[in-house]
Structures are given as structure tokens and as C-alpha cells.
Design a protein around this ligand. Structure first.
Ligand code: HEM
Ligand SMILES: [Cu+2]
Length: 571
């Protein structure tokens, strides 16, 4: 499919006639182009991921033996504090926003986000904040974990904790600004021919994610501001000696941070719903169920927070409520998983790297989801609370869910984003190392937890030595697995084979533009004629000639379709 076919006779855009190749310098500017911002998010986040990964390797090196021989316990505390904070607030949350930035306007046929400058502001908060947070490591780093519970957080380190609070507040602000922008974009910028219930499922996932970001993040901000007061000016909001209550902090924190786990994983549920139909050559099974289950997960995610507080003196009747609501989340999640499996069932599956990572995502996320249901049951949670079982669980959802999702998305949209194909054999090497290293690192931790090894300790009882050693070997494999990916990504981006506009023969709008898309995204705004998941439903010749059905709108001087009839796009 070439650009020429996209041109209706006689009409074309006056400026930006062709997709100029971007120069690398463009990515270092204060650009308002959602595509530049999307890649800025992803590349910046990945650099922070390398820092967070280095810290993880240091943590596992310390834990290779029972004695605290590699770092001292105080340094160990800062290692896992910064590791968790960086991974969550500087990598996974921004990565979701990065894909959303890049893809949402393309997927709904818009030329940019609703508020392009706000979009740039939301991104540019991140790099200086990340540098600020990491720099605290060199003098007096925070010690109290990524949860920062008082009283430890207000006693362990003053300067580092203050920097930690400020950084997380700023990153939260970025996430709220991004969320507002995504919501308005999805609501107002769709091409007139695309109704809400025809949106690609990634858009539904981002709608649900953004609702969570906008509702829950301000509560975290409130908690952190009160914590800063306790830390810096001696108020006692969370200090019992002055009439405060540390458990209140936990409520406020988890009211944000449980939804935050869905802010981290919902975008990649959306990615699965995009990638699996394309590479199975089959329509998604249960579009509506998958779309609405995202909203259900958002809603339920907001009412289960105290399952993190079963051992915080929560009364029995209340624990019952949180146990039941938590378990109910397994229902919408299961709906999605069965939807993806049913999509693959009987499909013509291409076992390429995006599909391998998607299958890696499903298999590991299911393990994390099942251990989540186990943790949701109060008696079990009381037994394994603050043990390595929780560490295993959270990494199966965060690495299994978010990280495998990120890699799936990178391999799938790499040709669109860079205009080049990513090298397949190296992608498969990357997958095998990642999948093996990940499971070797985290699967044995379930056993450690059941046997009673506590989390957040630099030294442990020698009875846990063997299993810990295995985990450490796994973590080195995981660290090494990043190398083929990095080399592949950089090499393919600069000198890989040129990608076609639609190398996967996919049906989404983003594949109708050139690779990479021109500044204006579309020469002519597309019209939804074939559903974005209609693989094999209409005969393929129709799909192949789809570019000609796409263009029905006469285009006016301001690049907007002249005859915009429908309600959904307002200008
Ligand atoms: C969707 C992705 C998920 C992510 C990213 C995630 C992340 C986390 C994290 C980071 C913790 C550790 C909290 C701490 O530091 O103390 C945790 C604990 C917990 N998670 Fe999840 N989780 C997810 C899904 C689930 C699901 C599906 C369930 C239940 C069905 C669940 C139930 C729990 C429970 C009950 C705990 C408390 C364990 C304890 O502290 O004793 N989680 N999760
Ligand atoms: Cu939770």
C-alpha cells in the first residue's frame, strides 16, 4: 500500500506533503508532536529502567549469600527503595504514557493530542525529576521503600526522604496531566466515523487507565504533602504521640497505589488486545466484554486498597469486604485472558517476537493473578505478609504483566515508530533469555516466601541460601537479556531494513499512514469502513484495497474534513 493510493484524486494537503524523515535532533527538542513525545517518554523511561535494573542486580548480588557482605544494610535499604521507585514511577507508568501518546491519535484518526503543549509539559517534568531522585543516592538516599510508610520514612533520612516526596509528587503531577489529555483526546478527537464502541481496545484500556490516574493520584499527593509536613515542619498527622495515626497514611497511600498497579498493567492489557488479533489473523473474541472489563477493573481497583493492610489492625468485618472485592477483580481479568486465548484458538498464528512476548505476558500474568487471589484471602495473606511470596507475586504482575507488555508493544510497533524492521532472530534470543531469566529469578521466591523469608532484608537465615543463589543467577541472566535487545533496537533503528507502511497487514488506522507517520499523521483523515478487528470477516481483497475505501472526505484548507457530519469530532 503506498501513499499515492491514499490520495483521493485532485485533493491533497498543501503543506507537509511527504513524510520527512525525522532527524535524531528532533527528539531533544521541546516538541509538541505526540509522536516525538511518545518516543521521548519511551527512551527516557528505558534509560531509567537501566538504572533501576542495575540497582536490582546490586540487590540480588547482596542476596547471593546470607551475610551482608556486598553492601551494608543501610545502603541496601536505599537500593530497594530507589529500585522500586524508579521502576514504578520512572519506567512503567511513563512507558504506558509513551505508547498512549504515540498511538492514541493515530488509532482514532486525529492529528495530535487534544492539548499538545500540556502534553510536552507532562513529559518534560520527568527527566529532571528522575535525575533529582537518582542524585539523592549520592548523599542521603531515602530508606523507607517505595511505600514510604511512617514512622520509618520520617526518621530514617531527612534530605533523601524530602527529595523522594518531591519527586513522586512531580511524577504524579505528570501522570495526572497526561491522563486528562488522553481522556479529552479520546472523547473529542476521534474521526467522525468512529463511535466510542468502535474504538480500538488499546483506546478503551487507556480510557480506563486515565480515569484511574485522574481519580487516584491526587489522593497520593495529599498523603505525600502531609508526610512532608511531618518530616520537615514537625506536624504529627501520622505520629501517634501528637494525636496522629500512621495507618491513615497507609489508607491514603494504597488508595492510590492499588489503582496504580492497574495504571501499570491496563495499558498492556490494551496492547495484548491489539497485538494478538493481528498476529493470529483473527478478529478479537468478545470486543465489548474486553472493552467494558477494562472499566470494571478500574472501578473495582478503586475499592480494594485495604487488601494491603490486612495486618495493619484492620477489623475482621472490613477485611472480609476487601477480601471479597479483591477476588472479584479476577472476573474481568479472566474475561480478558479467555478473550485473548479464544482469539488465538484456531488462528493462523505467526510466532514472531511480538507474539512470543504476548504469550509470555499471558502465561506469567496468570501466575501473578493467581498468587494475587491467594494473597487476597486473609488467612493466607497473614501467613505470607511481608515475605518473598509478595515479592514473587508483585514481580509476576509487574515484570510478567508490564514488562512483557512493553516488549510486546515495542516489537509490534517498532516498524511504525522507526520506519525500520527490528531484527527477528535477535528478538527471539531476547525473548528466550528474558523468559527463562525471569522465571528463574522469581518462581523460586514463592517457595522462599512460604518458608518464611522476610522481604526487605539484606541478610537472612542460611537455610534460604540455596534458593536465593538460584534467584541471583536468574537475575544475572535477566540483566544479560537486555543486551541483545539494546543492540538490536539501536542497530535496527539506524540501519535495519526499511519497513512497509503495514508490514503485518493489520487493520488499525495507525497502519494506514506511512512508516514513520508524517508530522500531520494522515494525508487525508481515514474513515472507518472495515472494523479494526475484522480479520477474515470480509474477503481479503477488500482489506487490501482498503486504502481506497478509506478516503471519502474532501479536505478543506485547515486539513479538516469539510463534510464532518457526525457528533464525535468537534473543532
Ligand atoms: C495488576 C497488576 C498488579 C500489580 C502491579 C500488583 C502489585 C502489587 C505490589 C507492588 C504489591 C506489594 C505491596 C507491598 O509493597 O507491600 C502487591 C501486593 C498484593 N497484591 Fe497485587 N498487584 C497486581 C495484581 C493483583 C491482583 C490481581 C490481586 C488479587 C486478585 C492482588 C492482590 C494483592 C494483595 C492481596 C497484596 C498484599 C500482599 C501483602 O502485602 O501481604 N494483586 N501487589
Ligand atoms: Cu492492591
Amino acid at each position: 500500500m503506498t501513499q499515492a493510493q491514499l490520495q483521493p484524486s485532485g485533493e491533497h494537503l498543501s503543506h507537509h506533503p511527504h513524510s520527512e524523515e525525522r532527524r535524531w535532533q528532533d527528539y531533544f527538542t521541546f516538541s509538541t508532536d505526540h509522536k516525538v513525545i511518545g518516543i521521548q517518554y519511551l527512551v527516557t523511561g528505558f534509560l531509567f529502567y537501566l538504572v533501576g535494573g542495575a540497582l536490582a542486580t546490586a540487590i540480588r548480588t547482596e542476596l547471593a549469600t546470607p551475610a551482608p557482605d556486598f553492601v551494608d544494610p543501610r545502603l541496601y535499604n536505599s537500593l530497594f527503595t530507589l529500585h522500586g521507585t524508579i521502576m514504578i514511577f520512572l519506567w512503567i507508568v511513563p512507558a504506558g504514557a509513551g505508547f498512549a501518546n504515540y498511538l492514541l491519535p493515530l488509532m482514532i484518526g486525529a492529528r495530535d493530542m487534544a492539548f499538545p503543549r500540556l502534553n510536552a509539559v507532562a513529559f518534560w517534568i520527568i527527566p529532571p525529576t528522575g535525575i533529582l531522585l537518582i542524585s539523592s543516592f549520592f548523599f542521603d538516599p531515602a530508606q523507607a521503600g517505595w511505600t514510604s510508610y511512617p514512622p520509618l520514612s520520617v526518621t530514617a533520612s531527612q534530605v533523601g526522604e524530602a527529595i523522594w516526596i518531591m519527586s513522586v509528587l512531580l511524577l504524579g503531577t505528570s501522570s495526572i496531566l497526561g491522563g486528562i489529555n488522553f481522556l479529552v483526546t479520546l472523547w473529542k478527537m476521534r474521526v467522525p466515523s468512529m463511535r466510542l464502541n468502535q474504538m480500538p481496545l488499546f483506546c478503551w484500556a487507556m480510557l480506563s487507565t486515565s480515569l484511574l490516574a485522574v481519580i487516584a493520584t491526587p489522593v497520593l499527593a495529599g498523603a505525600l504533602i502531609l508526610l512532608a509536613f511531618d518530616l520537615l515542619i514537625g506536624t504529627t498527622f501520622f505520629n501517634p504521640t501528637g494525636g496522629g495515626d500512621p495507618v491513615v497514611y497507609q489508607h491514603l497511600f494504597w488508595f492510590y497505589s492499588h489503582p496504580a498497579v492497574y495504571i501499570m498493567v491496563l495499558p498492556f492489557f490494551g496492547v495484548m488486545s491489539e497485538v494478538i488479533p493481528v498476529h493470529s489473523r483473527k478478529p478479537i473474541f468478545g470486543y465489548a466484554a474486553i472493552a467494558y472489563s477494562s472499566l470494571a477493573i478500574s472501578f473495582l481497583g478503586l475499592i480494594v486498597w485495604a487488601h494491603h493492610m490486612f495486618t495493619s489492625g484492620t477489623p475482621g468485618w472490613l477485611r472480609m469486604f476487601f477480601m471479597i472485592t479483591t477476588m472479584i477483580i479476577a472476573v474481568p481479568t479472566g474475561i480478558k485472558i479467555f478473550g485473548w486465548l479464544a482469539t488465538m484458538w484456531g488462528g493462523k498464528i505467526r510466532l514472531n517476537s511480538p507474539m512470543l512476548f504476548a504469550m509470555g505476558f499471558i502465561s506469567t500474568f496468570v501466575v501473578g493473578g493467581l498468587s494475587g487471589v491467594m494473597l487476597a484471602s486473609v488467612p493466607f495473606d497473614i501467613h505470607v505478609h511481608d515475605t518473598y511470596f509478595v515479592v514473587a507475586h508483585l514481580h509476576y504482575v509487574l515484570f510478567g504483566g508490564s514488562m512483557f507488555g512493553i516488549y510486546t508493544a515495542i516489537y509490534h510497533w517498532f516498524p511504525k515508530m522507526t520506519g525500520r524492521m527490528i531484527n527477528e532472530p535477535w528478538g527471539i534470543v531476547h525473548f528466550i533469555l528474558t523468559y527463562f531469566g525471569f522465571n528463574l529469578t522469581f518462581l523460586p521466591m514463592h517457595v522462599l516466601g512460604l518458608q518464611g523469608m522476610p522481604r526487605r532484608v539484606a541478610m537472612y537465615d542460611p537455610q534460604f541460601a540455596n534458593i536465593n543463589f538460584i534467584c541471583t543467577i536468574g537475575s544475572y541472566i535477566l540483566a544479560v537479556s537486555t543486551i541483545p535487545f539494546l543492540i538490536n533496537a539501536v542497530w535496527s533503528w539506524t540501519r535495519g531494513t526499511k519497513a512497509e507502511d503495514n508490514p503485518w497487514q493489520a487493520l488499525g488506522f495507525e497502519w494506514l499512514t506511512s512508516s514513520p507517520p508524517s508530522i500531520e499523521n494522515f494525508e487525508v483523515l481515514p474513515v472507518l469502513t472495515v472494523g479494526v478487528y475484522d480479520y477474515g470477516m470480509s474477503d481479503l481483497s477488500e482489506v487490501e484495497s482498503r486504502s481506497s475505501v478509506e478516503v471519502k472526505y474532501p479536505v478543506g484548507p485547515d486539513n479538516e474534513p469539510v463534510s464532518a457530519t457526525s457528533d464525535s469530532q468537534s473543532k
